[in-house]
Write a protein that binds this ligand. Structure first.
Ligand SMILES: C[S@@+](CC[C@H](N)C(=O)[O-])C[C@H]1O[C@@H](n2cnc3c(N)ncnc32)[C@H](O)[C@@H]1O
Length: 240
């Protein structure tokens, strides 16, 4: 950021660089309709700076009375979140994804599965961290985060202090944080940076990171990685 770059948007939001895509190919008419009809109903509350400039905390007890809350960051097409939500009806899920085509795919899957325990923030996970109460999450998933392979782009990766420090504050002590990636250097950075934010890596043998979790379903990016001959790594951390 140069000295002239504003530190805040006119809304008061801090200037947060986002390097991904918000929109890809055109949406199908059905997807446009799902966004129009379902997205507002599935909002977890006021998350964006425009709606909530005071950054009032979400009332998770009103949202999901008596339930544990699990968060998925960058859910892509949403296949993993719907799979988990179906297997865990007693858990409340919150998913964050700025890529609107992915959000539209998730909405179609929610309709098909009839899930009633998913809420969606169609935006950046960092805005969600602002409004989630501390120590409110029992589990978080970061599945195939954008790899940013060039060395000069490694600071854009999700596994940096900017993202991990607030995520760590939002997790309860003993909460589980799962990271999946097919990029070896992403494994290196994850194992370096995540423990610095108050997590322990739970692997005891190589099988622990080579074998998918028992309740896993392959995501779109994992399927692509496997087709292209790359090896998935499944890293499990516990908040200390
Ligand atoms: C490589 S894709 C993987 C998608 C999906 N998890 C899968 O495995 O198929 C990474 C996703 O993370 C999302 N993402 C990137 N930065 C994010 C952020 N700050 N908050 C939430 N999602 C983010 C991107 O929009 C993208 O859809």
């Amino acid at each position: 950021m140069s000295d002239d770059t504003p530190k805040n948007h006119p809304s008061g939001a801090p200037w947060r660089n986002f390097y991904g895509r918000f929109k890809g190919k055109g949406l199908r008419a059905s997807q446009e309709a799902w966004l129009e009809e379902d997205l507002a109903k599935l909002a977890p509350g006021a998350v964006s700076w425009e709606e909530n400039p005071e950054r009032t905390q979400l009332d998770l007890e009103a949202l999901f009375p008596g339930k544990d809350i699990w968060l998925e960051i960058g859910f892509g097409g949403g296949e993993h979140m719907v799979h988990q939500a179906t297997q865990n009806p007693d858990v409340g899920f919150i998913g964050c994804e700025p890529y609107i085509n992915g959000v539209a795919m998730l909405l179609g899957k929610i309709r098909e599965a009839g899930s009633d325990n998913i809420r969606i923030h169609a935006g950046d996970a960092r805005d969600m961290f602002d409004v989630l109460p501390d120590a409110s999450l029992s589990r978080a998933f970061l599945l195939y985060p954008d790899p940013w392979p060039k060395k000069r782009h490694h600071r854009r990766r999700f596994v940096t202090e900017e993202h991990l420090a607030p995520l760590s504050r939002k997790l309860k002590q003993g909460a589980i944080f799962r990271v999946a990636t097919d990029i070896k250097d992403y494994v290196r950075q994850t194992l370096e940076e995540v423990p610095m934010q108050g997590f322990e890596w739970l692997a005891e043998t190589p099988n622990d990171w080579r074998t998918a979790w028992p309740d896993w379903t392959p995501t779109r990016y994992e399927q692509k990685a496997l087709r292209e001959g790359r090896t998935p790594h499944y890293l499990t951390f516990r908040k200390t």
